[in-house]
Design a protein. Structure first.
Length: 374
């Protein structure tokens, strides 16, 4: 049995947790055993990880990279579990995996950069480089993240490997589900719906830029915006719609664990982030046959191909968002072309099956190199 210890920060509902769930589902009934260390767990994703046979061990808040009390807790977990592989993701998880994997001489140490760290301090970048010395490989979830690791954090290029993030292939959504949601949110069949999905953290996701774009297109009486998600800035974003007088055009659904039916309400997907490590929701939207309008930041500019699967725009530019929406509003041919191309690109490059396959291939390569057998 090959024992794999994953380490991250909070285990809640983000993309990192979803990919750990992907691995948990794969490991079930195989010769891999997985445990997951996190600072805190909550929500459906954590429950599903545990339902797939993975113990989640909470260690509490992590106060900086040299919080030795927490490191000792992780070392105790390593002593008890005796992992062959330790795999850390998110800065806290990278820190705990690197330091404690090195101290406890875990045979294989993997680190994974899961963000687009534009605002990371020079000290944090320096520490990341130091942590990389303990790693066998440093996974980047997108080409832009690999560039960051090599050029800014100065991680050895020989250690950096790009494994594109991936998303679950959407379930089939029934016509009845779609009809019920349209009735619930007063969406007519001939409405043109722009949608976005994600945590409502406006300094990151810039939902208000999309609201401003809809306001600029207020003369298009069939245009509506649906916002799927919740977060600390939900009231601020709602107030923006009210201030612009378009609150009757903007639908807030709150948090939805199952987002599949909501994508089916949309004609166009828009993500206006000012930074993005990968942009999982863009790939999800493409798997739902939606053209994508996305800001030209981070991993989004790798996922979305401008003029082929959607449109890439500069961040903080509501007018550019509005212009892109209007082009698609006026052209059903362009909608169909981008939708088809996007689906084909996503199914080939951005599924969870491909992500899991590439992670397992890396595990097997390093296990063979270290002469470790199940």
């Amino acid at each position: 049995m090959i024992r794999v210890l994953h380490i991250m920060s909070t285990v809640m509902g983000g993309g990192v947790e979803r990919r750990r769930l992907s691995l948990a589902k794969y490991f079930k009934n195989t010769n891999f055993e997985m445990k997951l260390v996190g600072t805190y767990k909550d929500g459906v994703i954590a429950e599903q990880i545990e339902e797939n046979g993975v113990e989640i061990i909470e260690v509490g808040d992590f106060n900086g990279p040299f919080h030795w009390g927490k490191h000792k807790e992780v070392q105790k977990i390593i002593d008890d579990f005796k992992p062959h592989i330790i795999h850390g993701a998110v800065y806290e998880g990278v820190t705990m995996a690197a330091i404690n994997g090195f101290i406890k001489r875990v045979p294989i140490v993997l680190l994974e950069e899961t963000s687009d760290p534009q605002n990371r301090s020079s000290k944090a970048n320096f520490l990341l480089r130091i942590f990389s010395f303990a790693a066998d490989r440093f996974i980047a979830i997108a080409p832009n993240v690999a560039d960051y690791l090599k050029k800014k954090a100065k991680v050895s290029a020989k250690k950096v490997i790009t494994i594109n993030n991936g998303v679950e292939i959407p379930r089939t959504v029934s016509d009845l589900e779609i009809m019920n949601l349209k009735n619930q949110y007063s969406i007519k069949d001939d409405d043109f719906v722009v949608g976005t999905v994600g945590r409502l953290f406006n300094d990151h996701k810039k939902i208000t830029d999309i609201i401003e774009a809809v306001h600029l297109l207020r003369e298009l009486d069939k245009l509506k915006l649906i916002i799927v998600g919740s977060g600390k800035d939900e009231e601020l974003i709602m107030q923006k719609a009210i201030d612009l007088g378009i609150q009757d055009r903007v639908i807030f659904t709150g948090y939805q664990f199952d987002t599949a039916p909501f994508y089916k309400l949309m004609d166009v997907f828009c993500i206006a982030s000012q930074r993005e490590g990968f942009g999982l929701v863009a790939a999800e939207a493409m798997l739902h046959h939606l053209p994508v309008i996305a800001t030209k930041v981070g991993g989004l500019q790798n996922v979305v191909v401008d003029g082929e699967t959607g449109m890439l725009i500069e961040p903080h530019q509501p007018r550019e968002i509005a212009n892109s929406i209007q082009k698609l509003y006026n052209s059903s041919e362009l909608l169909d072309l981008y939708a088809t191309n996007g689906y084909n690109r996503a199914i080939e490059n951005y599924t969870e099956e491909r992500y899991v396959r590439e992670v397992i291939a890396l595990y097997m390569e390093l296990l063979k190199k270290k002469k470790i057998h199940a």
